[in-house]
Design a protein around this ligand. Structure first.
Ligand code: SF4
Ligand code: SF4
Length: 257
């Protein structure tokens, strides 16, 4: 049996490819319909900024959420239109949010095999006519051109927050925790309300300049959201609990009455 490294269908950054997806290719726009596009936290962040919408409104209008049976983590899918199953952002000229399109859209027709950092072609090369174009690239250059080699800090922090979880051992069984992960990872505006309208700031010791910033700055808010996730999921040192809260907890443990 061929090992991953010997598998000739696996590409690496130095592989040469012949591919171009552009207006004028006969199949142009056909793959933006009836397709499952999973969104990362950064995808939601970029798209809602691009559309000048609050995250709660964006998620309600353009996405579907479900809880993964394997991990208990929330998964967010881009909704297609009800009438013709096309993506809401598709126009006859192509994607109307092209520079902020999701990571999966940038990657297509390739996919990343995270276990060995190789890439595979996931489209049928007979019907994806981009493979019949003359343009030649090293895969690395094509990926850079699509903007996929640059993973924004938001997704890196999210992966870091959940990075220590091992499935199925750490599968989330409590649906309330799954909802909290969803809010912190995808619904930043709801997380902002949570920070300012719950006991969050009474429990965690957050520096005043950060508190001021997260009122309006989404990137700073995402950093705080992922630290909170990390605190809850894998690392109690990710956020500092206020000394008076720790004192109260100690008193309760020693004197539960
Ligand atoms: S977001 Fe843009 S690239 Fe992605 S499916 Fe929709 S129209 Fe196509
Ligand atoms: S099928 Fe291939 S060439 Fe055609 S639009 Fe999709 S990715 Fe581009």
């Amino acid at each position: 049996m061929a090992t991953l490294k010997e598998d000739p269908s696996r590409l690496n950054l130095g592989s040469k490819i012949r591919f171009a997806c552009r207006p004028g290719v006969k199949c142009f726009n056909t793959c933006c319909r009836d397709v499952n596009i999973f969104l990362t936290p950064n995808d939601v962040y970029r798209m809602k900024q691009r559309l000048n919408m609050a995250s709660t409104e964006f998620l309600e209008k353009y996405t579907l959420m479900f809880i993964s049976k394997a991990t208990g983590l929330p998964v967010v899918l881009l909704k297609m239109r009800d009438d013709n199953k096309e993506c809401h952002f598709l126009t006859s000229q192509g994607c109307s949010i092209y520079s902020d399109r999701p990571w999966s859209c940038r990657m297509y027709p390739f996919s990343l095999n995270t276990e060995d950092e190789t890439y595979s072609i996931i489209a049928d090369q007979e019907t994806c006519l981009g493979f019949k174009e003359d343009r030649e690239w090293y895969l690395e250059d094509w990926l850079a051109d699509q903007g996929v080699l640059y993973q924004r800090e938001i997704d890196r922090l999210f992966n870091d927050a959940l990075g220590r979880l091992e499935f199925p051992k750490d599968k989330i069984l409590n649906s309330q925790i799954s909802r909290m992960v969803y809010m912190a990872a995808y619904d930043l505006d709801a997380f902002r309300r949570f920070v300012f309208e719950s006991r969050f700031l009474k429990i965690f010791n957050i520096a005043p300049p950060i508190i001021e910033k997260v009122k309006t700055d989404d990137e700073e808010l995402a950093r705080l959201a992922f630290l909170w996730l990390k605190f809850g999921m894998s690392d109690k040192n990710a956020l500092e609990i206020r000394p008076e809260v720790l004192q109260q907890q100690g008193d309760l443990v020693q004197n539960p009455e």
